[in-house]
Design a protein around this ligand. Sequence first.
Ligand code: KIV
Length: 265
Amino acid sequence: MIEKVTTTTLKQMKASGEKIACLTSYDASFARLQDEAGVDVLLVGDSLGMVLHGDDTTLNVTMTDMIYHTRLVSKVCQRALVISDMPYKSYSSPAQALENAKRLVNEGGADMVKLEGGAKISESVALITQQGIEVCGHLGLMPQSIEEMGGYRVQAKTEEDAEKLKQDALILQQAGANCLVLECIPAKVAAEVSKMLDIPVIGIGAGSDCDAQVLVVYDMLGLSSKQMKFSKNFLTGKDSISDAIKSYVEDVKNKLFPAAVHTYD
Ligand code: KIV
């Protein structure tokens, strides 16, 4: 029997130093391949607004979109833990956050929901987790706040911003978050946060010292229009998508990805 990855598994992996391999996933065919290739966590990201819908941001993604794609992934996924993104404006108040988190779990089959933000959303995180729904936080570059952030750029570069991010990370953990995504921040800051927190930290453009790595699956297959510094085309030299995904899992587990070239100072 296939044993399902749970938050306990992820915590054990963090404790033992085994790196956790995550990828985004949006449909049943990819989810099946990823699950069979040994990806530990599948993130149904609202990046689907960009890579599936062709938008420039994630801001037009709806709850209907997220429930639909989460259901496609969760119904075929036997081993990996499935995280579903709460889309823009779906958690404007703690009550709305709880209602929509319940929908992603009950209608979409998500194992965990992900919200972007720090102290400002801590009440929502506390309410959702108190009701028995697991939560992943998301700090650093937060695509749902792209307008306030002034574009897709590396975050937490100053000492003051790095300190604020660390405070937010602690607040999310105290509110009950079960793991945390750190996107596009200096590797040194991500390493400090990963060491400081008990919960697993999932990095994207955050260096090799995070407990886990995630990439947008279309980016790591070279399907996106531009190759981001923090990503790599794993399909190069491989005969199939399945082999490319297995190679990604192997490289994450063996600490070969991300390399210095994929990392920000
Ligand atoms: O939406 C997404 O795919 C994400 C990852 C980039 C972490 O949030």
